[in-house]
Design a protein around this ligand. Structure first.
Ligand SMILES: Cc1cc2nc3c(=O)[nH]c(=O)nc-3n(C[C@H](O)[C@H](O)[C@H](O)COP(=O)(O)OP(=O)(O)OC[C@H]3O[C@@H](n4cnc5c(N)ncnc54)[C@H](O)[C@@H]3O)c2cc1C
Length: 415
């Protein structure tokens, strides 16, 4: 007979969203199982994910309140300024390559010595989450273990793993990423398209200090982001046309470095690419519903967006914090945490907010990833206007900090 295990919540997917969700919900008194198809030892490895994440200052509050920030802080570089430049050519040294329109977001304008966020390597985030899960009394991590099926009963959901084990829970959380099979099996439709762009990711060490400045240089093929890291290093997210990306990825070390130097310009002095290169095909996925009976979608399973504004995971963090509030309140009222009414509160809180941001980032990418004269004019006028109006700049900074709208208790500022 199959082994059955009973939990309050079964989280499918132990990525950055699923791992944090289990910790946030355990901190609210729920027992959780986390299932991931991949081996945690491989997921902790250096080659698994070369990305960094811009953690907004509101998301950082969640990590702090869950006691996770102390492990992250030594490897987190504060973002003091964001500099956005409309570029014209792929080589910064070309004549007229840099538009005169620049936008400068200065964290000092927000007061309180509050950085706009932090850049953290995904490997460190993952390790911190896995260590905390291993130490948590009421979380069981089952990995590598692939979910085979889930069936929903009147009072519980039963998730079967490929190894025959069964997990019963009042609620299943789909944190199984942009190609969520839980979402598909629940017949939730998705608005999706590909960007024909690939995110090339690498890390460079450099001679001069970045002074905590994140740069986004808009090139016709897509944004080229230089994100400050600890120890005089920066992380690149180089958005390239998907048909051109394989050739760049196949370059030898010297030629790859040259391409990067051309795009960086000289402001950080001598550069050296350190570590590997990664590539991520970019696409948009927005679920038309974030809930189904006994099922809640979070993270990329609900919304996977363009990395142009570094907000994808931050949206997931807000999902998790909102869900934690909704489920805690339901339990205190004696309600079934998997019931339609309870899950509807989660959906009403998160769906419009994340859809607006997802579509906003899509628009931003369409507006900037081209060299079309009239569009260039529109964006340059827009950048000029935002750059001159301090309240508008502050709204953009608070948006980047994920500090707008109704904030869940794990994210709200202390007063
Ligand atoms: C180039 C790039 C740069 C980015 N930069 C930023 C940034 O600066 N800031 C930001 O906020 N966001 C950023 N993002 C977005 C961010 O990386 C994602 O939103 C985030 O990683 C999604 O995490 P997730 O846990 O939802 O999904 P995933 O990481 O896809 O995790 C899903 C997990 O589910 C597991 N799984 C799937 N199916 C099953 C199954 N059947 N059984 C068991 N397990 C299963 C998988 O093994 C996987 O571990 C960036 C994205 C890209 C591509």
């Amino acid at each position: 007979m199959a082994e059955r295990n009973q939990f309050d919540i079964c989280v499918v997917g132990g990525g950055l969203a699923g791992g944090l969700a289990a910790l946030a919900l355990e901190a609210r008194g729920f027992t959780c199982a986390v299932i991931d198809a991949q081996n945690p030892a491989a997921m902790r490895g250096q080659g698994f994910d070369g990305r960094t994440t811009a953690i907004s200052y509101a998301s950082a509050r969640v990590f702090k309140r869950l006691g996770l920030w102390d492990g992250i802080a030594p490897g987190a570089e504060a973002i003091r300024d964001i500099l956005v430049t409309d570029g014209r050519a792929k080589n910064r040294f070309d004549e007229g390559a840099v538009s005169t329109f620049q936008l400068h977001f200065d964290s000092r304008e927000l007061g309180d010595d509050q950085p706009l966020g932090w850049i953290v390597e995904n490997q460190l985030l993952r390790e911190t989450l896995f260590d905390a899960i291993a130490a948590a009394e009421n979380i069981s991590m089952l990995a590598p273990a692939r979910r085979a099926s889930t069936h929903y009963e009147s009072a519980q959901a039963v998730t079967a793993l490929e190894d025959g084990c069964e997990i019963t829970a009042a609620l299943v959380i789909a944190a199984d990423g942009r190609f969520s099979t839980l979402r598909a099996e629940a017949n939730i439709k998705v608005n999706q398209w590909r960007y024909k762009q690939t995110g090339i990711v690498a890390t460079v060490a450099h001679e001069r200090s970045h002074h905590g400045v994140a740069q986004e240089f808009f090139l016709p093929s897509g944004p080229f982001a230089i994100l400050p890291l600890t120890d005089n290093r920066s992380s690149l997210v180089w958005t390239e046309r998907s048909d051109a990306a394989p050739a760049f990825l196949a370059l030898d070390e010297k030629a790859f470095q040259k391409e990067i130097e051309n795009r960086f310009g000289p402001y950080l002095g001598v550069l050296e690419v350190v570590g590997g290169r990664w590539s991520y095909p970019l696409a948009f996925h927005l679920a038309q519903s974030y809930i189904a009976p006994r099922l809640a979608l979070i993270g990329d399973a609900a919304h996977a967006i363009h990395p142009i504004a570094g907000q994808g995971y931050n949206l997931g963090v807000k999902d998790i914090a909102a869900l934690a509030d909704v489920l805690l309140e339901a339990r205190e009222l004696g309600l079934d945490i998997g019931s339609e009414g309870v899950l509807d509160n989660y959906q009403r809180w998160r769906r419009f907010d994340s859809a607006a941001l997802a579509l906003g980032t899509d628009l931003l990418n369409r507006l900037f990833s081209n060299d079309i004269g009239p569009l260039r004019l529109v964006r340059d006028i827009g950048m000029g206007a935002i750059g001159r109006v301090a309240p508008l700049r502050k709204i953009f900074m608070r948006q980047a900090g994920a500090d707008l709208g109704k904030l869940p208790s794990l994210m709200a500022a202390e007063h």
